[in-house]
Design a binder for this molecule. Structure first.
Ligand code: LR7
Ligand code: MN
Length: 576
């Protein structure tokens, strides 16, 4: 429903308090009104146009609000926005529309100030005097968006301006990746007229976030480049600890701790440094979070110190601009969304840099459960990106990803220039990366069997079939006709007797055969394959895995080698 998009704000949020939130220029920002250069391609206001052209009834700054009224503004101090239980129909509809367009509660965001306050998230350690170099480099901040909500985008930009030392920000480059929402056109340009640091760059067609980031980088001039998603909030002191690491070593790539901004209430959930996670990935080339491994903990005296991370989530990081260019920035053959975070992570480590998460630096991000915008039709964009990634960077380990996609690489385009880049840079092998940077990762090649697990009873066409993400744990393992495409039918039998995919293991505790997080201590997750009789024997129960006659349920029963329903064929089985 586009009915409302022409208006500056939905009529429902034009109450006095929300005018405060959604669109006035902040007093403090007036101090940053200088340096306006003319820039090609970019539609920005003329340098002489120094007049604040605020939307009509929006110019009552929050700071002028009568004392005592402050805490009534929703969302302040990162608190959740509470909507009434029984909403009038019009409001209910506005809330639903906001969800449909954005996959988060835009209505709640519109009620908050675009300058909302947040608690200071930092450990005392971060605030010790002399913690950071005094002469830090400047950064440009690139924020790409495709159809972002007005209040959310503005809050992202203001959180940078409001919570960064003025002299450390060069420009904020907003890259519009061919949005069609009207508020992102002239209204956005008008809004930022009085903010000389803010530059709006527009792509001529939909590029996807990777090429949009590359477009933004072309306008950057500062030593450091910082990327943010368009639905973030930078917390107090977020920038200095990032720049400090780069100032000390320009090959260090740094990420803030990414705090969760609740998609429904906009509540800002801080993660303290004891809960810091690092990035990893699985063999489906999906990014995943992990607690800091022991070998990394041992390198530190304080949990607020920067930690090595095998990968980055992708959207929020700072990098020395020259180093980024040396690494060949991103593969511009990557489309729309996905994989670019692993590409940059792998080559950072393999080509002489380090990747860190900096617990003193906090930036919130609205995590959503679905992607609200259009991807490409007829192409599996994520797969294409991932195959390019695997071909260029993963050497002989790429086969484990291909097994997961049924060995169908599809058309992934020309990668010769990326292969050459890697050669020219003389980067280390993927094996080096796995051995030294991500030793925790389970390597499928070390398994005794890899691929489908096929039951030989009742026609012999039934396979173990289940998704195995974190959210699928504690659910019964399913069965489905074998399809030979990897995916939910790809399993490993590890040397230590686990039947697993990524971090999920087949587990039997007397009821259903379920998936559980692998614990590595055998017990309910201990299976042995009896080559002669083809049975899968379960250690702690002494039973055998079988299927029912309807071929829709796994059962555990007394072992009997004459029952074909207890017989299994494991793909690529090799016990040697
Ligand atoms: O076609 C597009 N053009 C764009 O400009 C699609 C998206 N975008 C913009 C979009 O408006 C947003 O600002 O690109 C940014 C990222 O898109 P999201 O917010 O839909 O992505 P995400 O947050 O779900 O996904 C994460 O993984 C992506 C993989 O390509 C990117 O690296 C995102 O930046 C990344 N986000 C984060 O790292 C934040 C933490 C999430 C986690 C884990
Ligand atoms: Mn995002």
């Amino acid at each position: 429903n586009r009915r409302r998009e022409g208006a500056a704000l939905p009529p429902t949020v034009r109450s006095r308090k929300s005018q405060v939130g959604a669109g006035y220029a902040h007093k403090a920002d007036k101090t940053v009104r200088h340096i306006v250069t003319s820039r090609p391609v970019v539609k920005i206001p003329k340098p002489d146009q120094d007049v604040v052209d605020k939307p009509k009834d929006d110019d009552k700054p929050v700071l002028d609000a009568p004392a005592g009224d402050m805490e009534e503004i929703p969302g302040e101090m990162g608190k959740p926005v509470k909507l009434p239980k029984d909403m009038p129909p019009e409001m209910k509809k506005a809330v639903e529309d906001g969800w449909t367009k954005n996959a988060f509660n835009q209505y709640a965001s519109d009620l908050m100030s675009v300058h909302r306050s947040l608690p200071d998230p930092r450990d005392a350690w971060c605030k010790d005097s002399g913690r950071y170099l005094t002469n830090l480099p400047k950064t440009d901040v690139v924020i790409c968006f495709h159809n972002e909500a007005w209040s959310v985008l503005l809050r992202t930009v203001h959180s940078v301006l409001d919570r960064s030392p003025e002299h450390l920000i060069g420009k904020i480059i907003l890259v519009d990746d061919f949005s069609d929402m009207p508020h992102l056109k002239k209204q956005l340009e008008d809004y930022f007229v009085s903010y000389p640091k803010v530059q709006i760059v527009r792509g001529a067609k939909r590029e996807g976030l990777i090429r949009a980031r590359l477009l933004g980088a072309r306008y950057a001039k500062s030593q450091v480049l910082t990327y943010l998603d368009s639905h973030c909030e930078c917390a107090e002191g977020w920038l200095e600890p990032l720049l400090d690491r780069i100032a000390r070593n320009s090959t260090t790539v740094v990420c803030p701790v990414i705090d969760v901004i609740d998609d429904a209430t906009m509540e800002f959930h801080f993660r303290d440094s004891s809960g810091v996670n690092v990035g990893g990935f699985d063999w489906n080339l999906q990014f995943s979070w992990h607690s800091v491994p022991e070998h990394e903990k041992r390198r530190h005296n304080n949990s607020a110190e920067p930690v090595y991370s095998p990968t980055m989530a992708g959207g929020l990081f700072s990098i020395d601009r020259e180093f980024f260019e040396l690494l060949g920035t991103y593969d511009s053959g990557f489309d729309i969304w996905g994989g670019e975070n692993l590409e940059l992570s792998f080559k950072t480590w393999m080509c002489g840099g380090t990747l860190e998460i900096v617990p003193c630096s906090h930036v919130g991000h609205i995590f959503r459960k679905r992607s609200p915008y259009k991807w490409r039709q007829g192409v599996n964009v994520l797969k294409k990106n991932s195959v390019r990634l695997a071909e260029v960077w993963m050497d002989e380990y790429s086969k484990y990803y291909y097994q997961r996609i049924g060995n169908d690489k599809g058309n992934f385009g020309d990668i010769s220039s990326r292969v050459k880049l890697r050669e020219d840079l003389g980067c280390k092998s993927f094996k080096w990366y796995l051995d030294n940077i991500y030793p925790e990762l389970f390597i499928p090649g070390e398994a005794v069997a890899q691929g489908e697990i096929r039951n030989l009873g009742y026609g012999g066409r039934t396979c173990l079939d289940s998704p195995a993400h974190k959210r699928d744990l504690k659910k019964a393992v399913g069965l489905y006709p074998c399809h030979r495409q990897g995916g939910n039918q790809y399993w490993l039998l590890s040397k230590s007797g686990e039947i697993r995919r990524d971090e999920a293991c087949l587990d039997y505790a007397g009821k259903d055969v379920m998936l559980f997080g692998c614990h590595g201590s055998k017990g309910n997750q201990f299976w042995s394959y009896r080559e002669q009789t083809k049975q899968l024997h379960h250690g702690s129960s002494d039973k055998c895995l079988a299927i029912n006659e309807l071929k829709n349920k796994l059962i555990m029963e007394e072992c009997n080698a004459t029952y074909t329903r207890q017989q299994w064929k494991l793909e690529n089985y090799d016990s040697s």
